[in-house]
Design a protein around this ligand. Structure first.
Ligand code: BGC
Length: 733
């Protein structure tokens, strides 16, 4: 054992001269961790390996430990060795509300997909730093933030929490968010590793995919995120991957994450995702929320296995070393987070608003219907509780400000997690913000529950603004792309009554728009967070020029997707806040080999399908042009110009469009550029060779041949292609 430890320490210290600051931090944390493991008594070795959900919940409810804070998780520390307890909160949008158990209020960033619509890593870093500082001020030292599963299906209920359908965009953005969170001396996770593509049957669905396709898509998003953000923990997913639970998956956890990628942090399970003790040998380091599992495997059973078998003893030491490495690398022992820290909620809300403003995607603007004139006389607002708030997504990631939601619509669920099953509107009133923008206007609001009433109101107004909502939550998927509760008919009727009808979408998923041609303008505001109402008003009135671009494809119909329905949706009962009752003999398979690594727009390009609104799409109140593309396949440069009359930002997008003469579309570079009217800027991007490559026989492989690249205002509107010949190349990461 001794020689094993010494070898590990020596390896950790022997770093190449060009090692980054992050590598150095990790190496010194690893050395310290190895020393602490050496000093541990046998009974101390199964302290850091399991945690609880610190609330009396689950099949065997226990009182929360005395020093725990209401939140998702708690792992006790080891006082004798100066190891702090881990106090864990969800998640990527801010400090979670935990079904209303927390009353103290936190700042909600817009949903993940909204953040991704900014295509702005610097802003995600700022958002991460903000929510991390609130977590720290409330005494948490672990944030379960960093959801990066690709959108393989637009009906996935957690699409709002994740970022995009593209590995480069998702990886870059999640890395930035994680770096921001961890700048507060706290640990962030990246999750849910991996291929957690649907909520239906989330604990039994088997995501079947070849290692090649997985590496070129979902795994690449994680890999880039880990490289950019250095998350100190990884959360494995609920689902099964190629026949083995993601938290019990030697291929995913040992081979890919720890061997191929050299990951040094620890793998924590999702809550209630651990089927057995064997998961430890398959790469799981920590059992989270253990009362939700069939047994606390990583306590006594693990200690007993380690006492009997040196292989298990070595594994247990490695588990401890990994958790300690994360603790030391984050510095949470030397910079303890204590509850009662000061939070500047006004400053934090400004960050949330900036994200929401850059996230709003203008989808349609006929005859420059927007921006609205501040001199409008009568503005009719319809639906979406726009008088008081903006919609948020449901589940563990939900964040609410002080005082809780402005409106809570119960969905009639029961059971311990029923609190998650309600539609909650954050306290940020679009109506108030609109009134502030147009103080001379008469601004009215109607619920939108009766079409005749809404039409009557719309007829009297210069402008009608329909706030259309589509709620989504962790735990269940959506059956289709429609707007629920008759909103499609409502919008069609209002648009027929008033030609100046604007639709503001508050959704976490793509929606179909049968009424699109009848409207004057449409904007996707997503679930826009703590200052969503203000952000919507700023864009409506042109205080802010819209610059968001879709990070996901909006299909015309589900017939264009690899799967006509979510696998298992018809067979399984909805979850009503928990997980659906599934019997052992139920099998659900999601065959991701259908699309392979061609997720989202890549699939549309392969099939020659046209989207309702393509990936990368977004209008502005000004116009842009990109020109002069030069590339050798490794780097590229081009010029972006603002050709309109207003200052504004756009997202320059560079795509691989074909390889060896065959259609193969991949985003290979992007840059958000902010320009004064008439101004131009030269942009350079470095092309990650993995985006051009195939994963083959355990290596990346670029075949010799021609590679065509094009600039696009989105994935479908592409400029002239520039073709380069590239030599063959094979390499390991
Ligand atoms: C979710 C995770 C979350 C955990 C703790 C699970 O249900 O899948 O994303 O971090 O709960 O709340």
């Amino acid at each position: 054992m001794r020689s094993f430890l010494l070898a590990t320490v020596a390896m950790a210290i022997a770093l190449p001269a060009q090692a980054s600051a992050a590598d150095k931090t990790m190496a010194s944390a690893e050395s310290r961790a190895a020393a602490t493991v050496k000093a541990m008594q046998p009974d101390e070795k199964t302290v850091l390996t399991h945690g609880v959900m610190p609330m009396a919940i689950g099949p065997n409810p226990q009182p929360a430990p005395a020093d725990a804070i209401p939140g998702a998780g708690y792992v006790p520390g080891i006082e004798r060795l100066g190891v702090p307890a881990l106090k864990e909160t969800d998640a990527s949008l801010g400090v979670a509300y935990v079904m209303g158990i927390r009353k103290d209020g936190a700042t909600a960033l817009p949903s993940g997909v909204a953040m991704a619509a900014t295509w702005n890593p610097d802003l995600l870093r700022e958002g991460g730093a903000m929510i991390g500082s609130e977590a720290r001020a409330k005494g948490f030292n672990v944030m379960l933030a960093g959801g990066v599963n690709l959108m393989r299906d637009p009906r996935n209920g957690r699409t709002f929490e994740y970022l995009s359908e593209d590995p480069l965009l998702s990886g870059d953005l999640v890395g930035a968010a994680i770096a921001g969170i961890q700048s507060n001396h706290i640990i962030s996770t990246i999750k849910h590793f991996a291929l957690n593509g649907q909520e239906t049957g989330r604990k039994i669905v088997d995501s079947v995919i070849s290692p090649e396709a997985a590496h070129e898509s979902d795994l690449l998003a994680f890999q880039i995120g880990i490289e950019k953000g250095n998350p100190l923990s990884v959360m494995c997913a609920y689902n099964v991957v190629n026949g083995h639970h993601a938290c019990d998956n030697d291929w995913l956890l040992n081979k890919v994450l720890k061997d191929e990628w050299g990951y040094k942090g620890f793998v924590m399970s999702d809550w209630g995702a651990v089927p057995s003790l064997d998961t430890a040998m398959n790469g799981l380091d920590q059992q989270s929320g253990a009362q939700l599992d069939p047994a606390v495997f990583f306590d006594k059973p693990l200690a007993e296995a380690a006492a009997k078998d040196p292989k298990w003893a070595a594994r247990l030491d490695d588990m401890n070393k990994r958790v300690l490495t994360a603790i030391y690398a984050a510095g949470i022992d030397k910079n303890p987070a204590t509850p009662g820290g000061k939070i500047d909620f006004d400053a934090d809300a400004k960050v949330a608003q900036k994200v929401a403003e850059q996230a709003i995607v203008l989808l349609r603007n006929e005859g420059n219907a927007l921006p609205l004139a501040k001199t409008a006389k009568r503005i009719a607002l319809i639906g979406g509780y726009a008088s008081v708030g903006v919609l948020s997504g449901g589940g563990s990631s939900q964040v609410e400000g002080e005082g809780g939601p402005a409106v809570t619509v119960s969905l009639g669920a029961e059971g311990p997690f029923a609190g998650f099953m309600s539609q909650a509107y954050q306290r940020s009133s679009p109506m108030k913000a609109i009134k502030a923008m147009a103080p001379g206007a008469e601004v009215t609001w109607r619920r939108g529950d009766y079409i005749a009433d809404a039409v009557n109101e719309a007829k009297k107004a210069d402008v009608a603004i329909v706030f259309a909502t589509k709620w989504a939550t962790e735990g269940e998927d959506l059956p289709d792309l429609s707007l629920p509760d008759g909103q499609d008919a409502l919008i069609a009727a209002v648009a027929a009554a008033n030609p100046h009808t604007i639709v503001v979408l508050e959704t976490g998923n793509p929606v179909s728009m049968p009424w699109l041609d009848k409207t004057a303008a449409v904007m996707e505001a997503w679930f826009p967070g703590a200052r969503g109402g203000e952000a919507i008003a700023s864009v409506l009135f042109g205080e802010v020029n819209p610059s968001g671009h879709l990070p996901i494809t909006f299909p015309q119909s589900v017939d264009q997707l690899p799967r006509k329905a979510i696998d298992g949706y018809a067979e399984l009962e909805p979850s009503f806040g928990g997980d659906p009752a599934v019997s052992a003999d139920m099998k659900v398979t999601a065959d991701y080999n259908i699309e392979g690594s061609d997720v989202g727009y890549r699939w549309f390009a392969r099939k020659g399908e046209k989207a309702l609104f393509p990936f990368g799409y977004g209008l502005s109140y000004t116009t842009f042009a990109s020109s002069g593309l030069k590339t050798n396949g490794k780097t590229a440069s081009f010029t972006v110009s603002n050709t309109g009359q207003r200052q504004g930002a756009t997202v320059a997008q560079l795509y691989l469009v074909s390889r060896g003469g065959e259609t193969k579309q991949r985003l290979v570079g992007f840059s958000r550029v902010d320009l004064a009217p008439g101004a131009s800027q030269k942009v350079s991007v470095t092309i990650d060779p993995r985006l051009l490559a195939d994963w083959k026989d355990g290596k990346w492989s670029i075949p010799a041949g021609s590679y065509a690249f094009a600039l696009g205002s989105d994935a479908e509107h592409l400029g002239a292609a520039v073709t380069v010949r590239m030599p063959a190349r094979n390499w390991k990461d």
